[in-house]
Design a protein around this ligand. Structure first.
Ligand SMILES: [Zn+2]
Ligand SMILES: [Zn+2]
Length: 258
């Protein structure tokens, strides 16, 4: 059963005039989650456990910081996140500190005698687990986690509506395609949610729509470049006046272009 709480935002986003309706969906969710993190989540033990563990990606921490009025809330979140991460790193180090010290002492002796050892040392093993730990933290984000979960629900709804509702299919097909990131997400969802027959039907439709619109945007930005030629001074702009920001959105999705 596809819940109404998911279908309404999907159809609303597809009614907007834009380069990618999925970006509209995602942006709305992202704003809601940022507000949630700085508000209700702060007082919920589960919410705090999530931000303490996962922290934020660069993009979302910038969004959180951009809201001046919630600086105290952000400081509380950062305080407990850092405290948890510091204890984790400290424990990693303390658990191995004797072995690391031993490696360091042995290496000093070997340096003096110029001996080379090919054996994996405790230092090598520690470095591997440290890098793994830091990479996991770097790639985790409490906002991205929530976004990815709901965007996945939305993609299931998009595909469901496309097959079940003629009006939605017509609306989808009348749009200007998607940004490349969401084109990829739709392709992944096609694989995940559709059987092979439906996948072939949807993909054929999606590819046609996407390629047509990738060419359209390229032509619009191409005309923008040609408008710099004095011979085209009096020629009409057509749709090309804002072709640069729209091309960027087509390539990377919604971003705050100043
Ligand atoms: Zn998009
Ligand atoms: Zn993020």
């Amino acid at each position: 059963m596809r819940e109404k709480i998911y279908t309404i935002p999907v159809t609303d986003a597809f009614k907007e005039e834009c380069e990618c309706p999925v970006c509209i969906l995602e942006k709305k969710l992202e704003d809601e989650y940022i507000e949630y993190i700085l508000g209700p989540s702060l007082m919920e033990p589960d919410g705090r456990a999530e931000t303490n563990k996962n922290g934020f990606c660069r993009h979302h921490i910038q969004m959180l910081y951009s809201i001046q009025s919630t600086r105290h809330a952000l400081a509380l979140i950062l305080d407990t996140h850092l405290s948890e991460q510091n204890s984790k790193l400290k424990k990693m180090y303390l658990d191995k500190s004797d072995a690391l010290k031993r490696d360091s002492e042995i290496s000093m002796v070997k340096n003096i005698s110029n001996k080379i050892s090919s054996k994996q040392t405790e230092t090598d093993k520690f470095l591997d687990s440290l890098i793994k730990e830091l990479t996991t933290l770097e790639n985790s984000c409490a906002v991205c986690n929530k976004l990815n979960y709901t965007m996945d629900r939305y993609m299931d709804i998009v595909l469901y509506l496309w097959f079940k509702e003629d009006d939605f299919r017509a609306l989808f097909n009348s749009k200007k395609g998607f940004c490349l990131r969401h084109f990829r997400l739709l392709a992944e969802s096609t694989k995940k949610y559709l059987g092979s027959k439906d996948a072939a039907i949807f993909l054929e439709n999606l590819l046609k729509l996407q390629l047509e619109n990738m060419e359209r945007i390229q032509q619009e930005v191409n005309w923008f470049t040609k408008k710099f030629d004095y011979r085209n001074n009096d020629a009409p702009w057509g749709n090309s006046r804002d072709a640069v920001p729209r091309s960027i959105e087509k390539i990377v999705g919604h971003c705050n272009l100043k």
